[in-house]
Write a protein that binds this ligand. Sequence first.
Ligand SMILES: *Cc1c(COP(=O)(O)O)cnc(C)c1O
Length: 374
Amino acid sequence: MKSKIWLSSPHMSGTELNYIHQAFDSNWIAPLGPNVDLFEEKIQNFLGNNHYASVLSSGTAAIHLALIILGVKKGDEVICQSKTFSASANPIIYQGAIPIFIDSEEDTWNLCPELLEKAIKDSIAKGKKPKAIIAVHLYGMPYKVKEISAIAENYQIPIIEDSAEALGSSYHNQKCGTFGDIGILSFNGNKIITTSGGGALITKEKSVKEKAVFLATQARDKGIAYLHSSIGYNYRMSNVLAGIGVGQMDVLKERVHSRRHNFQFYKSHLSDIDDLFFLPEPENNFSNRWLSCILTKSKQQKEDIIELLSIENIESRPLWKPMHQQPVFKDYPCYLNGVSDNLFERGICLPSGSNLSENDLLRVISAIKQYYHV
Ligand SMILES: *Cc1c(COP(=O)(O)O)cnc(C)c1O
């Protein structure tokens, strides 16, 4: 059996263990401590523009806290990109709110501005303005920031920028994670850098960071007594795991470089095949190419190639199944144009880890070439 090629596996730099040892040596085995502070500082320095980061137990927890901080309550409506991972949408349900799913446009595969505006107008006409918009930079490709921000601004609806897949991406030279009223990062094991599990909430306002940390640490009011005047959560990141994050931040730029290289390598070897399409980077967009995706000609081709790769012990996956197609979300309102259904039908995520060797990439390429007889 040939060795397994994973879709997107963790890639340590080697320095992470030093920070973990420091946590052990100083006995900061807790959801606070020097690594937590240092990790936040490194994220802030990377993002620039005076943003604050609060590191949390997951990206999902960050989205949940963002909704709470923006005042989303039971029965409120929240707009969410349909083509995404379910973690973008699940926290809407945690709050008892109602998701409204919006389809994608073809240039970035993200939130379609026209449908977004239509949904907002319809909601307002019914006397209920959506409380927030969850916009996603799918696979690291920035959404149409200018258009989406203008709509949000016009109707005065805050944006939760789900940048879980887009750390290291940028738009007009500004880093993803810094465009929304609140930004979200994920450090899950499959993401561009990882703490095994973790996330962050990004904000321009110090008070929002303080609120996030307060809610993430059981909402204990100031003072020595355990006084609680709001419901809290246990969402803070462990100081041990933050040590992994500190070591990972030091190699983030290299990781982005490797992922972009994977995409270019696949493209240069496969773009002669007429049945395959690679999403170009629109002008002024810089994608971290978290996952290298291809579109095939048909559902059949997609299924055949995933199967063929699996026989070669190569992990690949369809693109995210849109939320409006999910059994758990299918009865919620949605605004569709066919784009995300079509992407799901034809798209494949190829192995994309920053730790793949050229030989690994060539194994993937040769299996696909074999399928197309080229
Ligand atoms: C991974 C991911 C999340 C959730 O992050 P976790 O850290 O796994 O909770 C949210 N949104 C998107 C688009 C993701 O890919």
